[in-house]
Design a protein around this ligand. Structure first.
Ligand code: GAL
Length: 330
């Protein structure tokens, strides 16, 4: 009896891992509750085998004036469990009505054992007086990955304007923030030991870009970003360098420019290190400015290597999280 039970349990576990978990780029993406995932402009943090996805929660039922960040977890990147609205705040420093919280990114600091959230904090939306003029990062921390993050402060990193932010943790564990400093370009800066300060500039990439993301792949750094067209899509571009400090190559198109990145804007490049291969996933947002809660996600495996990066045409696909292999699905 117990042998049969064990066999059944084993077969169930096997089918759960063997069934391909299919990604549906651009479609509604329901969480474990059947609700469309609210993690826009987001980022991923991996702890052990679990991925945590943090992003802007633009849910329609969020209270007026509240700005929210939600966290979801997954072990296969396709099926997500809602964990918590980890950050929820009403105008913490009197930024003005209609203030902005965008593109939250969470780092785990192994020394302090704190989870540290960076976010773009700004004044009211464009069109309103003072819109997007503060250009700061906000910082919030928590002792657990999906607990209630406590707001600490906001500042301009190294004294510079900062709007869209991206996160990058290098192979040696060093944490970096990529931020858009208009009109100069992307700045890549190292965080302090406790991650609470943006400590040292590593590079200024003098291109007018935002939605910054970086991946390190086979000895090369790839930086990716979009043009400055607000919520409207544009041809995202990438450059490469042997060191984060540069020199960076010229920027090239990620996809045929007339496709406008298939309607998406970059938010992160996620490397999956598998037993057979390393895949890199493009994570982008398809914004719907009039109904932000319905904004979609475009996640696709990139063709990468030898200094080239290509975003394929969106199709259903699946990822074997163990081997790292991605393939198209019908
Ligand atoms: C985009 C940016 C978004 C948001 C939007 C507002 O360019 O990437 O995060 O700030 O502009 O118009």
């Amino acid at each position: 009896m117990s042998r049969i039970y064990l066999l059944l349990a084993w077969l169930c576990a096997l089918s759960a891992t063997a069934t391909p978990k299919i990604f549906h780029p651009g479609e509604l993406w329901p969480d474990n509750r059947g609700q469309h995932i609210q993690a826009h402009g987001g980022g991923i943090l991996k702890i052990g085998p679990t991925f945590y996805w943090f992003g802007e929660d633009r849910g329609q039922t969020n209270g007026r004036g509240l700005r929210c960040v939600s966290c979801y977890s997954s072990t296969n990147l396709a099926q997500w469990t809602f964990r918590n609205q980890v950050f929820k705040t009403r105008n913490p420093e009197n930024f003005g009505r209609g203030w902005v919280l965008e593109r939250p990114k969470v780092f785990y600091n192994p020394k302090t054992k704190k989870f540290v959230m960076y976010m773009h904090i700004d004044g009211p939306n464009p069109g309103e007086i003072g819109g997007y003029k503060l250009a700061r990062v906000g910082v919030a921390t928590c002792d657990t990955v999906d607990g209630d993050y406590q707001y600490l402060k906001s500042f301009r990193p190294l004294g510079h304007e900062s709007r869209d932010i991206g996160q990058f943790v290098d192979d040696d564990g060093t944490a970096y923030l990529i931020f858009e400093d208009r009109p100069f370009g992307f700045r890549i800066a190292k965080l302090s030991e406790d991650y609470l300060i943006v400590e040292k500039e590593i590079c200024l990439i003098a291109e007018h870009m935002e939605g910054g993301a970086i991946v390190h792949y086979e000895g090369l750094y790839y930086v990716l970003g979009s043009a400055l067209t607000g919520w409207n899509p544009n041809p995202n571009k990438y450059a490469t360098a042997k060191s984060l400090a540069g020199p960076w190559s010229e920027f090239k198109d990620l996809a045929p420019p007339e496709k406008n990145t298939y309607g998406a804007q970059s938010t992160m490049l996620l490397k999956i290190s598998g037993t057979k291969t390393n895949s890199v996933v493009f994570m982008g947002d398809i914004w719907k400015p009039q109904s932000q809660w319905d904004s979609r996600y475009l996640w696709l495996p990139l063709e990468i290597g030898g200094g080239k990066l290509r975003l394929p045409e969106p199709k259903k696909w699946s990822l074997d999280i163990v081997t790292g292999e991605a393939k198209n699905e019908q």
